[in-house]
Design a protein around this ligand. Structure first.
Ligand SMILES: [Ca+2]
Length: 341
């Protein structure tokens, strides 16, 4: 599996990109000679449709003569990140998501082709390390010989999920990153639906989605949860051996198997339902913990000493909080990773 990095000092009209995506070799179509603030469109060799959880239309579906006219419409629409064109029916769909969006899924589908918009200056740096077949998580990706950290397309049947994979050597390899905060660029004050489907970008800050967490941790295997906690005093690695996230009907409860490893502070959050500012399932009857603590979603108790979806860089109870490690200081960075045993 090889990958070539692109540089965009100049923007040739047509750059064949040797980015192996497994499903595809990608091609870059530049729409302008001036690449500075312009966009490029990336398409895949295979015919695919892009679906998403929730509403992700960036405009009305239209019937249009050519794929090029379709992606030019995407170029002109700020919200649009992907255009999809059906060569048989000439349908053109514009979407607010792309393959790196957590709530999006690629589906092999004849006649549909995807054109993904990227900013020449920034987003072309996004690296896909490849698509891995018959895999469900980064543990499988690693076991199939892919040991580089980064984003993989994980494909099982026709279900495709992008995943950020990380290998930690003595702390085991094949971890799937399910939450990441490090610069405050992503707003974590999101509603129930958004926490359910996931938000953010895998190559930035994100929440992988409660539905994904539920599906991944309920396949009959045992999963561990590792936190990489950065504070002013350095890194800490609390590990929870064995955990599950229940279904939406069970309010995405954080299920305990009574083995909380080194991460004692999370004890209060075991057995708790997930809460968001618009869905208060916490144990504080007079108040809404999410609203009080920066409007992020979490397994609030009443409200409890840990809240990793609080406000970035805010050094009070509304911050990214893990009392045991940083008191009322907001954590400098945090990652949550899961791994099948
Ligand atoms: Ca409450």
């Amino acid at each position: 599996m090889s990958e070539k990095k692109m540089t965009y000092n100049r923007c040739p009209l047509f750059i064949a990109l040797l980015l192996v995506v497994g499903v595809s070799i990608e091609f870059i179509f530049c729409l302008s000679q001036q690449c500075g603030d312009d966009v490029v469109f990336v398409t895949t060799k295979n015919k695919v449709d892009l679906r998403c959880d929730g509403d992700c239309k960036a405009g009305e579906d239209q019937t249009i003569e050519s794929a090029e006219e379709c992606y030019m419409k995407c170029k002109d629409e700020v919200k649009c990140k992907t255009s999809l064109y059906n060569s048989a029916t000439k349908e053109c769909k514009l979407k607010t998501v792309n393959r790196f969006s957590i709530n999006a899924h690629l589906k092999l589908e004849s006649n549909w082709r995807l054109y993904e918009k990227r900013l020449c200056s920034k987003e072309t740096k996004i690296q896909y390390l490849g698509t891995v077949y018959n895999a469900k998580s980064c543990r499988d990706v690693y076991q199939k010989g892919h040991s580089e950290d980064g984003v993989y397309g994980v494909l099982r049947g026709d279900k495709y999920r992008p995943m950020m994979c990380k290998n930690l050597g003595e702390r085991s390899n094949g971890w799937t990153v399910v939450q990441r905060r490090y610069n405050g660029e992503q707003d974590f004050a999101q509603n129930w639906e958004s926490y359910k489907n996931g938000f953010g970008r895998l190559n930035g800050e994100f929440w992988y989605g409660n539905q994904n967490l539920h599906e991944m941790t309920n396949d009959g295997r045992t999963y561990d949860l590792l936190f990489i906690v950065e504070t002013a005093s350095g890194y800490h690695y609390p590990l929870f051996k064995g955990f599950k996230i229940k279904s939406e009907n069970e309010l995405f409860e954080f299920k305990d198997n009574n083995n909380w490893g080194e991460g004692m502070g999370m004890l209060y959050h075991y057995g708790r339902a997930f809460s968001t500012y618009d869905k208060d399932n916490d144990a504080y009857s007079e108040n809404n913990c999410s609203e009080m603590l920066g409007s992020g979603g979490w397994w609030f108790e009443g409200c409890g000493p840990v809240n990793l979806n609080g406000l970035y860089g805010v050094d009070d109870v509304r911050g990214i909080r893990w009392e045991r490690y940083a008191g009322t200081k907001s954590l400098i960075s945090i990652e949550m990773l899961i791994r099948r045993r």
